[in-house]
Design a protein around this ligand. Structure first.
Ligand code: PEP
Length: 348
């Protein structure tokens, strides 16, 4: 573990007082571990602990990456359930994903007190993006939940990156498990979308994650690395097809590790399970892209994150934020998750 001694503390005190989420990376992974399923956690030497001088250990920061904490809310496509006839259940369902419910959510977010050192993004359904853009505080950016793979044209039903930019979207969520496993999008298709969005200056929240059976078969890292390759465009087969589209800069990518078995199930990954994969992803970036990209790229966790479990997850050094589904539909709870960044600053 790399420890910043208290004698160096004075030099970092001002940085801590204006905590920006910026940390230095100390990645040292055993090369052999990249291809195995053994615990990366044991091989990671990426801790950095900073103690302020005024009070011993007043603030402790543990974060392997150097990027700012990032929290996204995925509002998905919640539908009215007409076959549930209990009035109160019907009301509950109709509260998600209507103009009225979105107005309420936006006004809750507008009045929420949010820590300043977090990038916050929400992704409404396409049809509500304009409404949200016109009413939501500038403090929060807007993402789309999908985009077309290239320049807009005769593609009925699709939404182009150019159109997203036109209505003020700065981000797009790509590779979400629901698009992979329900809609049937594959790695190549997703990688091409990501490359195009990035080429147009739209940031990509690049989702990866394994199915339960893949985890149980010990294939978690293999699956995640394969999905990462498609974003990086450095897969051999992909490079023939998509080389021109390969990601040229990682500045605008946030990787969202979302184990499929945890999405919408209430079965959140343990902080250790998430940390293990995040460390492996950072190591993959270091080996396959660069140490600088590995340090700067935010790796966020998604899968049943809520106001009660976010702080424990946030404490893990390679967890740089969250992608939140269900709990992002409740303004105050989403604010709690955003503010879990403070768990990285542990008061003694
Ligand atoms: C998601 O949809 O990306 C997600 C993480 O959902 P939930 O938080 O509901 O599990």
């Amino acid at each position: 573990m790399a420890v910043v001694s208290t004698s160096l503390a004075g030099a970092v005190t001002s940085q801590l007082n204006q905590f920006s989420g910026l940390r230095k990376s100390f990645l040292k992974l055993d090369a052999s571990s990249a291809n195995s399923n053994q615990s990366f956690f044991l091989n990671v030497d990426s801790h950095i602990r900073l103690a302020s001088s005024g009070k011993a250990c007043r603030s402790v920061v543990a974060m392997a990456g150097s990027g700012k904490f990032f929290v996204g809310g995925n509002w998905k496509c919640h539908l009215v359930s007409c076959f549930l006839i209990s009035p109160c259940i019907l009301k509950q369902y109709t509260q998600n994903g209507t103009k009225e419910s979105i107005s309420k959510l936006v006004s809750d977010l507008n009045i929420a007190t949010l820590e300043s050192d977090v990038d916050v993004v929400v992704s409404p359904p396409f049809v509500y993006i304009d409404q949200v853009k016109n009413s939501l505080t500038d403090r929060i950016d807007v993402a789309a939940q999908n985009c077309w793979i290239g320049k807009g044209g005769a593609f009925t039903g699709e939404i182009s990156v150019e159109q997203l930019k036109d209505i003020g979207c700065k981000w797009v969520v790509l590779g979400h498990s629901e698009r992979r496993h329900v809609i049937g999008e594959d790695d190549q298709f997703i990688g091409k979308k990501a490359a195009y969005a990035l080429s147009q200056g739209v940031g990509v929240i690049a989702c990866i994650g394994e199915l339960l059976e893949e985890r149980e078969a010990g294939k978690t890292f293999d699956v995640c690395f394969q999905q990462l390759k498609a974003y990086a465009g450095n897969d051999y087969q992909l490079s023939i097809l998509w080389c021109a589209d390969a990601v040229s800069s990682w500045d605008n990518i946030v990787i969202a590790y979302e184990p499929v078995w945890a999405i919408g199930t209430g079965k959140v990954a343990s902080p250790e399970q998430a940390q293990e994969v995040h460390a492996a992803v950072r190591d993959w970036l270091s080996k396959n892209v660069s140490a600088d990209v590995a340090s700067k790229t935010r790796i966020i966790y998604g899968g049943s994150v809520n106001g009660a479990n976010s702080a424990e997850l946030a404490k893990k050094e390679d967890i740089d934020g969250f992608l939140v589904g269900g709990a992002s539909l409740k303004g105050p709870e989403f604010a709690t998750i955003i503010n879990s960044v403070t768990a990285k600053k542990v008061a003694a």
